[in-house]
Design a protein around this ligand. Structure first.
Ligand code: ZN
Length: 146
């Protein structure tokens, strides 16, 4: 387990497209563990692998303490409604902005065991899923300000 360095806005890596995970290796599992430690250490509620400099389609989300989502190759398969709320990002420390997001989303992904899972969230959880998945396509919340 390790605390990784979180890259900040201005680093062009954040604007790159992350590649899918083709095989869940021990290295990927270690990355998931390190991402969790890093997110907790930074007091965040989500983190994408690209934020620690790894261009792989992996995100973690934990908006309710102890309820951790580890999502590999996540994709939004359904969404509904709309919300406009304040959002922040560990790569843009000290900043916040209001974004427009779906109110509810359903995400399909692989878990750490390589099993296909489907998770749904509303409100803050939906926002966190959208925010982190955006990172995998090089998008930041400041691209969606309203
Ligand atoms: Zn972020």
């Amino acid at each position: 387990m390790a605390i990784l360095n979180i890259i900040k806005e201005g680093d062009e890596t954040l604007r790159k497209i992350s590649r899918p995970v083709t095989e869940i290796t021990p290295r990927i599992l270690t990355l998931l563990d390190d991402m969790k430690d890093t997110m907790h250490h930074a007091d965040g509620c989500g983190l994408a692998a690209v934020q620690v400099g790894v261009l792989r389609r992996i995100v973690i989300v934990e908006v309710e303490p102890g309820v951790l989502y580890e999502l590999i190759n996540p994709r939004i398969v359904a969404f509904a409604g709309e919300q406009r709320e304040e959002e922040g990002c560990l790569s843009l420390p000290g900043k916040q902005g209001r974004t427009k997001r779906p109110y509810a989303v359903t995400v399909r992904a692989l878990n750490r065991h390589g099993e296909e899972i489907e998770v749904s969230g509303q409100g803050l959880l939906a926002r966190a899923f959208c925010h982190e998945i955006d990172h995998l396509d090089g998008k930041l919340y400041i691209d969606r300000l309203v």
